[in-house]
Design a protein around this ligand. Structure first.
Ligand SMILES: O=c1[nH]c(=O)c2nc[nH]c2[nH]1
Ligand SMILES: [Zn+2]
Length: 430
């Protein structure tokens, strides 16, 4: 049995700030961690008195947050980050898809998998719903690396049967067979799970979507992820390709793919009917603000999702998104709401932390395990400790309140401020 006691300044959001909760802040908190699980939480002196002999780790030089949860991030696109100036379909054709073709080479894919997992850990992301590769061997490489490092990863084979470079296409039969084979190797193994992943219905016709539905049904507890309503040209083309469907969401819903274990990325241009369907199915949306800005996709309406009761979490959407940091995504989510003027939702610092942690855990069905630092949860945590006299260090020392300190972390925090990362009680960075 491995037991240690953490002494830290802890910020987390166990209760949704948008639903009457707020920021939980404990200046001198004691967390007893036994075999990776938090078994006691109280004032440090109290936990210490009850456990006088346990080894203590003093993290008071920084701020301890729950591990960050990224609900939409593309593993094959690490090397494609930062291509600016194109809308979605042109960016896919000129930038993302040529790079994704290179993952047919397993040695290349293995190197990218290592870079990708390192990118997640460096940013303080401990749980991710990862958009995989079109090549099964590359998906194996990603799961292998995630397991080696110990991250919580849900991922799957990306499948498509049209509109993409030939090397990225498959058939419904092959899609199903390869998906089931991957799931049999990885789903439910340690912290890993399988996600059925048609790229988007623009590139996945009804036969492939039906194969995805079969895989989702056969792999108990699997997840479903894809893209939806990202860009007006994409939305118009999907409508042309699926004349019998009511709308973009219906291209998935008609196959029974939209439910509580679904995460759809973007949804920048939804109709009211689509929001109604998403809410009634209990599906989640990954809001990807830096990607939406970089590709000029538009401003995400948090208000309409809130009004219809659709769950929202955050995704970095690397490589259309401009990096792995969910602090940056949170800040951009905040900016976008500001730019919407009266139609925007004023996001507080606690809202941003909730979006980057517990909302993601809820979207991924992992809220009983991760997302905050309560008793019974896994010790998945991020220590934010900037270098002495960096602007963030200065601002944290002079913060007027815990909410103010958190705002400064989202405004100024980056990978170099992430001084420690733990997953299930094991330190994976720092
Ligand atoms: O932002 C995006 N990135 C992608 O790789 C992609 N594929 C389909 N639709 C997409 N959107
Ligand atoms: Zn994406």
């Amino acid at each position: 049995m491995t037991t240690f006691l953490v002494r830290a300044r802890v910020l987390d959001t166990p209760d949704d700030p948008g639903a009457g909760g707020g920021l939980r802040s404990d200046d001198d908190c004691g967390l007893l961690v036994v075999d990776g699980v938090i078994t006691a939480r109280a004032a440090y002196a109290e936990v210490r008195a009850a456990h006088p002999d346990v080894h203590a780790v003093d993290l008071r030089e920084g701020v301890l947050l729950p591990g960050l949860v990224d609900t939409h991030v593309h593993y094959p696109q690490v090397r494609a980050i930062g291509a600016l100036g194109m809308p979605l379909l042109e960016w896919l054709e000129r930038c993302a898809l040529p790079e994704e073709c290179r993952l047919a080479d397993t040695a290349y894919a293995t190197a990218v998998a290592e870079e990708f997992v390192f990118g997640l850990v460096s940013a303080g992301t401990t749980t991710a719903l990862v958009f995989g590769s079109h090549f099964a061997s590359a998906v194996d490489a990603l799961f292998t690396e995630a397991e080696r490092v110990g991250l919580r990863v849900t991922c799957g084979l990306v499948v498509s049967d049209r509109e993409l470079p030939t090397d990225l296409l498959t058939t419904p039969e092959r899609a199903l067979a390869e998906s089931l084979a991957l799931a049999s190797r990885w789903h439910g193994r340690g912290r890993l799970r399988y996600a059925v992943t048609p790229r988007f219905s623009l590139s996945a016709g009804d036969e492939v979507l039906a194969a995805c539905a079969t895989a989702h049904h056969e792999v108990t507890g699997s997840w479903f992820t894809s893209h939806v309503n990202e860009n007006p040209a994409e939305v118009a083309y999907v409508a042309e390709l699926f004349p019998a469907r009511a709308h973009y969401v219906d291209t998935y819903d008609a196959h029974g793919l939209v439910g509580p274990r679904s995460v759809l990325a973007h949804n920048v241009h939804p109709t009211d009917d689509e929001l109604r369907v998403l809410a009634s199915r209990g599906a989640s949306i990954a809001n990807c603000p830096t990607s939406n800005a970089a590709l000029g996709s538009g401003l995400f309406s948090q208000r309409r999702h809130d009004d219809f009761g659709v769950r929202v979490a955050l995704g970095s959407d690397v490589g259309a998104g401009t990096g792995f940091s969910l602090f940056k995504e949170g800040l951009q989510a905040y900016f976008h709401q500001r730019l919407l003027g009266p139609d925007g939702v004023p996001l507080s610092p606690a809202d941003l932390l909730h979006l980057a942690t517990r909302a993601g855990a809820l979207a991924l069905g992992l809220a009983d395990e991760v997302g905050d630092l309560s008793v019974g949860k896994q010790f998945d945590a991020v220590l934010v400790r900037p270098h002495a006299d960096d602007p963030l260090d200065v601002c944290l020392r002079h913060a007027a309140s815990p909410d103010d300190a958190l705002a400064k972390i989202f405004a100024l925090g980056g990978d170099s401020d992430v001084a420690g990362v733990w997953v299930g009680g094991t330190r994976v960075k720092g």
